[in-house]
Design a protein around this ligand. Structure first.
Ligand SMILES: NC(=O)c1ccc[n+]([C@@H]2O[C@H](COP(=O)([O-])OP(=O)(O)OC[C@H]3O[C@@H](n4cnc5c(N)ncnc54)[C@H](OP(=O)(O)O)[C@@H]3O)[C@@H](O)[C@H]2O)c1
Length: 300
């Protein structure tokens, strides 16, 4: 999702970009975005070393993930993503160091803060370690990867905690799996709907990443829009942008039975994130400052 806009924006900013994919058939998309495609499995440490060395990179960016096309919080298996992000990420870090890169930029998620205290968190806030499965092992692997990036010796490590992506190709795009659930009225407002989401358009996630290639002290940055929002507020606006009927409301006990504890906590307890540090230190501004207009203007 982020890869193609990111390659396009990096090239537009004057960078020479090698774009890695594990699948031959995805090479054309990288080329169309202006990058030099390289086919390599991130889980093959030796191949990654050779591939990265050939690119002689100044900066290496990891966007490794392996999420399913359908988003279902009850069934989601973070195993493949954990492997791609953590093991693949570790291979990339080692290869970047060996190739003499000075900076490593990697992705993480902004929906990782413990559901306690204020509803909007900065980067110092406690992450959610004791979440119900399947989120807990996803969070652990994400935090382990973050640590390995920030502590990588000899390189500046930058972690970008992106909000929920919307825009072309995402779960929230008009043809995405969340859109389908909302159209079928299977994505209700649960209980008071106080769970706070932070969104980011993929083009803005990409522009923050381009900024982080050149700027910002090593460390962690939330990359989210300006308006963290409770589910009860954003979901009706999203449904309207899709031309769908308004979402139903269901009590938490019922949602727990049908969707599971993790989905209920997301809908009622999730914390949002502040982008103040990214704006200040990366000199970055999202084009879509709020989902409120972004959903109707650029859903994809
Ligand atoms: N989607 C969201 O709402 C969201 C929110 C916050 C953060 N993030 C994070 O942002 C990052 C980018 O997300 P995205 O939605 O753009 O992901 P995506 O579309 O699934 O892209 C993942 C990329 O990883 C590559 N990849 C996976 N396994 C690989 C392997 N073994 N070898 C080489 N390449 C491999 C895939 O390439 P091929 O398939 O072509 O091999 C693909 O280009 C992810 O790390 C994700 O966790 C996403």
């Amino acid at each position: 999702m982020i890869g193609r806009p990111l390659v396009r924006q990096l090239v537009a900013a004057g960078h020479a970009v090698a774009g890695m994919t594990s699948r031959e058939q995805n090479a054309a998309g990288i080329e169309a975005a202006g990058g030099q495609p390289v086919v390599c499995d991130a889980l093959d440490a030796e191949a990654v070393k050779r591939t990265v060395a050939q690119a002689t990179p100044e900066v290496v960016i990891s966007q490794l993930t392996r999420l399913p096309a359908d988003y279902n919080p009850r069934k989601i298996d973070y195993g493949p993503t954990n492997r791609a992000r953590h093991e693949g990420g570790r291979n990339l870090i080692a290869a970047a160091r060996e190739a003499g890169a000075g900076r490593f930029v990697s992705q993480s998620v902004a929906f990782i803060y413990a559901p306690e205290g204020g509803m909007v968190k900065d980067e110092e806030a406690k992450p959610w370690i004791g979440a119900p499965e399947p989120f807990a092992n996803g969070a652990k692997s994400t935090l382990d990867h973050e640590r390995e990036v920030v502590e990588a010796p000899g390189m500046d490590g930058v972690v970008l905690r992106y909000g929920q992506f919307y825009g072309p190709g995402t779960y929230y795009a008009s043809d995405g799996s969340v859109a389908e659930q909302v159209r079928r009225r299977r994505f209700p407002i649960v209980g008071g709907g106080g769970g706070t989401f932070s969104f980011i358009h993929v083009e803005d996630a990409a522009s923050a990443t381009v900024a982080a290639v050149d700027r910002g002290a090593p460390g962690i940055y939330n990359v989210v829009d300006d308006e963290p929002a409770a589910e009860r507020d954003w979901l009706p606006v999203y449904a309207e942008a899709l031309g769908a009927k308004p979402p139903r409301r269901v009590p938490t006990w019922l949602a727990r039975i049908f969707a599971g504890q993790f989905a209920v906590i997301m809908a009622t307890e999730l914390r949002g994130a502040s982008n103040a540090k990214a704006k200040r230190e990366l000199g970055w501004q999202p084009t879509y400052a709020s989902w409120r207009t972004g959903f109707s203007e650029a859903l994809g």
